[in-house]
Design a protein around this ligand. Structure first.
Ligand code: AMP
Ligand code: GLY
Length: 423
């Protein structure tokens, strides 16, 4: 098969690596890709939002299957464009990707179908939001409705902070049009877990669990980022939690989307919070997590191309997902200054040390080649990942692996997976 991947981050590198292992994959392309992805795929300089160009490319190269990694093109309707052209593509259509594209939509869906989530109200003007806050309990959570690179969520401890937050989201439009609407939601406490799943419109099959570390600095301090590291599985995702989610959340979400005439095919990513009242949905994403994919896919035993095809064809009920009985940890090496301002173009040394090292992976997020050398080209640069027999071994291996690579002003969190010590 000839396969096209759309995206350019560490997640897409992990997807490319996994697809490359499939005997079905004869030729892989990635648009636009990055310097690491080039090891498995021919990278083509077409942007992820250039749907018509991508579809024309897929036709010209007789692509059998396109896999979309990123949220923006999915929410923007890339799947609809490809389907209109008769091209096979893995991912939700625009009317289903709204599950991630609008938090107000997803909250209303959960309320309508009784899926457990935080209490909330939606607002489309700042005056109403401000009036509501006068009688609210604090802390409280403000969320820009649309896509905001994982940064559109503000946790406000006081009325004053919340008023400022409404201004930031709805008046100053710090997250652009994502802030045209806003969700105000009850603050919950508990441990967070990411569960990614494959969905074919009717059937849902969950992958192994993972936990992200969203804040920039150790001890969950600093600004929110796209994700600074992950581990899988989450030891807090117990059988009891799994049972609850199977009964109240996973199939219920797929069925709700189908009942709304928004059949979902692709990956649903459940961002869960394990509260003392039970698991609650924090958010949905309509794609693999980044850097969750970097720890989940190395543990997956299935031929991923077969799973993608089963989702597209509606035959996922015939697939049994299988994962290694091990663990994986991914530590993100970022450019100093991320997620605010950072420099690019520093040479990266030591990448060759990962070759022939079983169970070690370096997924490129923001790199490019300049004069034949890998250089930094983004905030998150590399996802250094290692497997191990258990979480502690995987974590030790990942931090050993981090020492193998270096670039100027590199930084990473030193406490990825620290939560493991609590069990
Ligand atoms: P989201 O993009 O909705 O997942 O939110 C980003 C992060 O904000 C989450 O990973 C949580 O850490 C935090 N968060 C979101 N909603 C809530 C909530 N209702 N209560 C507490 N923390 C939240
Ligand atoms: N790591 C969180 C996300 O991909 O949204």
């Amino acid at each position: 098969m000839r396969i096209l991947i759309v995206g350019s981050g560490g997640r897409e590198h992990a997807i490319a690596w996994k697809i490359a292992q499939s005997p079905k994959a004869e030729k892989i392309y990635c648009a636009p890709g990055n310097a690491g992805i080039e090891e498995y795929a021919e990278c083509v300089p077409i942007g992820a939002m250039e749907f018509e160009k991508l579809a024309a490319f897929a036709k010209e190269k007789e692509i059998d299957l396109t896999v979309v990694g990123m949220d923006d093109p999915l929410v923007g309707g890339i799947v609809d464009v490809f389907e209109r052209e008769g091209l096979r593509i893995f991912g939700p259509r625009k009317n289903a990707a709204i599950l991630e594209g609008s938090k107000a939509f997803s909250k209303d869906l959960m309320k309508k179908y009784g899926i457990p989530t935080a209490a909330y109200e939606n607002f489309d003007n700042p005056e109403a939001a401000l009036a509501y806050l006068e009688h609210a309990a604090f802390p409280i959570v403000l969320k820009a409705d649309g896509l905001a690179l994982g940064k559109g969520v503000l946790i406000c401890n006081t009325l004053e902070e919340a008023r400022e937050g409404v201004k930031t989201i709805m008046q100053d439009k710090q997250f652009g049009t994502a802030g045209n609407r806003m969700v105000i939601e009850e603050f919950m406490t508990g441990r967070e877990v990411s569960v990614l799943s494959f969905v074919d419109g009717k059937t849902i099959k969950c992958m192994t669990s993972a936990q992200d570390h969203k804040r920039a600095l150790d001890g969950d301090q600093g600004l929110n980022t796209g994700g600074m590291g992950t581990f899988s599985p989450s030891p807090f995702y117990t059988e009891e939690v799994d049972e609850f989610c199977k009964e109240h959340i996973y199939q219920a979400t797929v069925d709700a989307m189908a009942a709304e005439g928004r059949e979902f095919k692709g990956v649903i990513f459940f961002g869960l919070m394990l509260t003392d009242k039970g698991p609650r949905v924090l958010e949905y994403n309509a794609r693999f997590g980044d850097p969750e994919a970097q720890v989940v896919l190395p543990r997956m035993k299935n031929d991923i191309v077969e799973v993608f095809e089963a989702c597209v064809d509606g035959t996922l009920d015939q697939v049994e997902l299988q994962f290694e009985d091990n663990a994986a940890v991914c530590v993100v090496l970022a450019s100093g200054g991320y997620p605010v301002a950072y420099e690019k173009g520093f040479p990266i040394r030591g990448l060759e040390k990962f070759q022939d090292k079983d169970g070690y992976y370096v997924f490129h997020a923001g790199t490019k080649k300049a004069d034949g050398q890998f250089v930094t080209n983004g905030g998150r640069v590399l996802g250094v990942t290692a497997a191990g027999a258990d979480l502690k071994i995987a974590r030790r291996n990942a931090y050993e692996a981090v020492k193998l690579v270096e670039f100027e002003k590199a930084y990473c969190r030193s406490d990825i997976g620290k939560a493991i010590d609590e069990i």
